[in-house]
Design a protein around this ligand. Structure first.
Ligand code: URA
Length: 258
C-alpha cells in the first residue's frame, strides 16, 4: 500500500503499523515527546538501522531498539488497584517494603502505577504498561478529577475550605483544590471527614494543604479517579479496566487539553 506521508520500515501491513514514537511511548519507555527526541538524536534503531525520521511507521515484526535495548511490543493493559495503606506506589523498593505490583502477581506485562499515592494513603490507583496513556492522564492540564476523603485533626471552617479552593503557596509551590466540603464532623474527638477534589497531583498535596491550614491529615483515601471508583472492592483488590472505561478516561484526558 502506498503511503504518501510516512516512510514504511519492515514488512508489516500498513494498517497494522504505528508511528515509531507512539510505539516507544506505548512501551512505557518515554513520553511521546521524549520518544521523538530519542529518534531525532539517533538513539533509535529499527531492524538494526538508525532511524531519525519522525514519520516512520513500524509493524509488529520490526525490531525496535532504544539506546541498544530492544523494546517489548506488549499489548497495552490497564488495571485498577485498591491500594491499601502501607504500600509503596512503585514497582520495586530497595527497603523491601510492599509495592503496588505485588498485588498483581500474575500480570506478565511490565506494568507501572500512573502517578502515586503516599505510603500511608489508600485508594484507587491505576497501573498500565501504556506510557503514553499514563502521561496523558498525569498532565495537570488534563483536569481529571481525583476525589480524596481526608480525616483531619481539627475541623476546618467554611473560610478555610474556601482557601483550599482559592489556592495557597506551600514551600514555594502553588497548590489548589477544585472543590472541598465537610462530609461529617466529630466535635468530641475534634475531627472532620472532608472531601477534597484535585486536578493536580503534586507531592503529598492534600496533606500539605491541610497541614498549612493547621489540620494534620490522619487518614487519606482516594475514592475516585475520573470516571472510576472503588465500588464493590476491598483494600488489596484489583481488576482490569473494561475497554469502555479506558475509552472514557482517554476522552476525559483529551477533552480537557488546554
Ligand atoms: N495527596 C496526598 O497528600 N497524598 C496522596 O497520596 C495523594 C494526594
Amino acid at each position: 500500500m502506498k503511503c504518501k506521508y510516512n516512510k514504511k520500515v519492515g514488512d508489516g501491513r500498513m494498517a497494522d503499523m504505528e508511528r515509531l514514537q507512539k510505539v516507544i511511548a506505548h512501551a512505557g519507555i518515554a513520553s511521546r515527546r521524549k520518544a521523538e527526541k530519542l529518534i531525532l538524536d539517533g538513539k533509535v534503531t529499527v531492524n538494526g538501522k538508525v532511524v531519525t525520521e519522525l514519520g516512520t511507521k513500524v509493524g509488529k515484526n520490526d525490531d525496535v531498539e532504544v539506546e541498544g535495548v530492544p523494546i517489548d511490543k506488549e499489548e497495552p493493559v490497564y488495571y485498577l488497584l485498591y491500594k491499601p495503606r502501607g504500600v509503596i506506589s512503585s514497582v520495586s523498593d530497595d527497603k523491601g517494603r510492599k509495592v503496588v505490583t505485588d498485588f498483581l502477581p500474575d500480570v506478565q506485562e511490565r506494568i507501572f502505577p500512573i502517578g502515586r499515592l503516599d505510603y500511608d494513603t489508600s485508594g484507587l490507583i491505576l497501573l498500565t504498561n501504556d506510557g503514553e496513556f499514563a502521561n496523558q492522564l498525569m498532565h495537570p492540564s488534563h483536569e481529571v478529577d481525583k476525589v480524596y476523603i481526608a480525616k483531619t485533626k481539627g475541623i476546618p471552617s467554611k473560610e478555610q475550605l474556601k482557601q483550599l479552593k482559592k489556592g495557597m503557596t506551600v514551600d514555594g509551590e502553588y497548590l489548589k483544590a477544585v472543590h472541598a466540603k465537610i462530609n461529617s464532623t466529630d466535635t468530641k474527638k475534634n475531627t472532620a471527614i472532608v472531601q477534597i477534589i484535585l486536578h493536580e497531583g503534586k507531592n503529598r498535596q492534600v496533606r500539605r494543604m491541610f497541614e498549612s491550614l493547621g489540620f494534620p491529615v490522619d487518614k487519606l483515601k482516594r475514592e475516585r479517579y475520573g470516571s472510576l471508583d472503588l465500588k464493590g472492592m476491598n483494600a488489596g483488590d484489583f481488576r482490569p479496566l473494561k475497554p469502555y472505561e479506558v475509552k472514557q478516561l482517554r476522552a476525559l484526558a483529551e477533552k480537557n487539553v488546554e
